[in-house]
Write a protein that binds this ligand. Structure first.
Ligand SMILES: *[C@@H]1O[C@H](CO)[C@@H](O)[C@H](O)[C@H]1NC(C)=O
Ligand SMILES: *[C@@H]1O[C@H](CO)[C@@H](O)[C@H](O)[C@H]1NC(C)=O
Ligand SMILES: *[C@@H]1O[C@H](CO)[C@@H](O)[C@H](O)[C@H]1NC(C)=O
Ligand SMILES: *[C@@H]1O[C@H](CO)[C@@H](O)[C@H](O)[C@H]1NC(C)=O
Length: 221
């Protein structure tokens, strides 16, 4: 009986580990430069892949992550994500990178990347960064240049520039398309709006407060 249980546990673990790799799988070839024009395409793997004999170094290159972004907006934050849309050569490779700029006091609003673990590297400035696990425990930390912080896939997280100067983070993901769900927008800025009654009950807020938030985050604003 014991060995049957052991076998069962082993099979379940094997199943779990194969399920855990059910996204961004290993590529079946060296690379798959994404293209739209099927005339020079050979494999189909989510996107068409460019014939490797006509792939060039430029397919694997992006320039401009040294350039600061304009952070003059409501949250004092702006980011450039470099993914398969800007480097077609990273198609199928399960990786992406971003640069994030923060004005003093700027905030990367609490959000989730549903498909990617995030590795944050502070290039400039002082930050308070944190993520919240599924038990509502906050893992928060003050970060300085050279510090690295990991945000496990799918967990709510945020960063605040607590310094007096502009701040810059470089962020990489183990997904070519990590996805982005901003909690405020996905709650109060949906199209069409979520029934204000549902949100007022859920957040223990007055219905009018909910309507004000919906007006603020409405995508038709
Ligand atoms: C493919 O099409 C998409 C959407 O039309 C466009 O954004 C992208 O730049 C195109 N990629 C290439 C390599 O032409
Ligand atoms: C982000 O920065 C770019 C380049 O500076 C700018 O064009 C864009 O409007 C900015 N976006 C926001 C939301 O501030
Ligand atoms: C969940 O959080 C509570 C405190 O909020 C703690 O007592 C408990 O040990 C945590 N459970 C796990 C599994 O981390
Ligand atoms: C989230 O909502 C804010 C406030 O309306 C808006 O400025 C921002 O562009 C939205 N972000 C996204 C990704 O929709």
């Amino acid at each position: 009986m014991k060995s049957v249980n052991f076998l069962l546990a082993f099979v379940l673990m094997a199943l779990a580990s194969s399920l855990a790799s059910a996204f961004d799988p290993s590529p079946l070839q060296d690379y798959c430069v994404a293209i739209n024009d099927t005339k020079t395409a050979i494999f189909v793997n989510g996107r068409f892949c460019k014939d490797p004999s006509v792939a060039t170094a430029d397919d694997f290159t992006f320039s401009g992550l040294n350039i600061p972004l304009d952070t003059n907006n409501l949250v004092g934050f702006n980011a450039t994500l470099v993914n398969v849309d800007n480097i077609p050569g990273l198609n199928t490779l399960g990786i992406a990178i971003a640069r994030a700029d923060f004005a003093p006091g700027g905030v990367s609003s609490p959000h989730i990347h549903p498909r990617g673990t995030e590795l944050v590297l502070v290039q400039k400035g002082t930050f308070y960064a944190g993520f919240v696990d599924s038990n509502n425990t906050l893992f928060g930390k003050t970060l300085y240049p050279g510090d690295v912080f990991v945000i496990p896939v799918g967990l709510i997280h945020f960063q605040v520039n607590t310094g007096k100067t502009d701040g810059v983070l470089y962020v990489s993901f183990n997904s070519q398309n990590p996805g982005l769900i901003i909690l405020a927008n996905s709650t109060f800025g949906t199209n069409p709006p979520i029934d204000p009654y549902a949100l007022s009950r859920a957040f223990q807020l007055d219905v009018n407060a909910v309507k004000q938030l919906q007006a603020k985050f409405s995508s038709t604003n």
